[in-house]
Design a binder for this molecule. Structure first.
Ligand code: PEP
Length: 257
């Protein structure tokens, strides 16, 4: 059984007070939800306040990035132990916006993944193809390289801790969603890559989230797919009602997982 994950990536939205308003709206409505892992990912400046507000609750906090060095002359960067110090349990790594605008590569993703694991943070490793790559039939090859590159040199024990998010770049923030079948095909392939680099039982336990315009209208169909174990959500995570609805997706349809 894989515990489903619903994670909100707030991107560069919400001041500290806006972030607190959002979690204060969500928290009472998801109280008592124990069968879904709930994660929110505010900007760096709001991490500590949000984590303090959520302490003792069933909502975990993730950073949107992490640096791999422990300390030093790296202006603008935030070290792994500073992320845990702020109260985070997870770190989103290799989001396509980081790859697209900030030069993230599979090599730097791998360094960040190792750094996160070294302080006990659970990495949420993002992979996904561009529209051009999909249109030229390269989706599976691109995602294979990203998963293997991001997880290279990790022990099976560490691979077992990781969450993977499949986010087709063309579906992020565009309103275009991969159909459940399109997403399922890639999720199944990712699971087989994880089996190749670790073993079948680890792959069977790995949570693979879908991301790309997930919203209340499509979450149930996506979550009903056998290899879709959750969602990494941008836009729909910024409103209390829609995020709560995503957390309360139709579990009966995905109960066979
Ligand atoms: C994301 O930011 O990871 C994302 C999937 O965004 P959206 O849900 O807005 O497409």
């Amino acid at each position: 059984m894989r515990k489903p994950v619903i994670a909100g990536n707030w991107k560069m939205h919400n001041t500290i007070s806006e972030a607190l308003d959002l979690v204060r709206g969500v928290k009472p409505q998801v109280e008592g939800v124990t069968d879904v892992e709930i994660i929110v990912s505010p900007v760096y400046t709001a991490l500590a306040s949000v984590a303090a507000e959520l302490k003792g609750s069933n909502i975990n906090v993730a950073s949107q990035n992490i640096f791999w060095e422990e300390k030093g002359a790296f202006t603008g960067e935030v070290a792994p132990n500073m992320i845990t110090d702020a109260g985070c349990t997870h770190a989103i790594i290799g989001h396509s916006e980081r790859r697209q605008y900030f030069g993230e590569t599979d090599q730097t993703v791998n360094k960040r993944v190792k750094a996160a694991l070294s302080v006990g943070l659970i990495p949420i490793v993002c992979v996904g193809e561009t529209l051009e790559e999909r249109d030229s039939g390269k989706t599976i090859a691109v995602v294979d390289v990203q998963v293997k590159g991001g997880l290279v040199e990790l022990s099976a024990e560490d691979i077992a801790k990781i969450i993977i998010a499949y986010e087709p770049v063309w579906a992020i923030g565009t309103g275009k969603t991969a159909t459940p079948d399109m997403a399922e095909e890639v999720h199944k392939q990712i699971r087989s890559v994880v089996a190749d680099i670790s073993d079948a039982s680890i792959a069977d336990g790995t949570r693979i989230l879908y991301g790309g315009s997930v919203k209340p209208e499509n979450v149930d169909d996506l979550m009903a797919q056998p290899n879709i174990d959750g969602a990494l959500v941008g836009g729909a995570a910024l409103k209390v009602d829609s995020f709560v609805r995503l957390v309360k997706f139709d579990q009966k349809r995905s109960a066979f997982k």
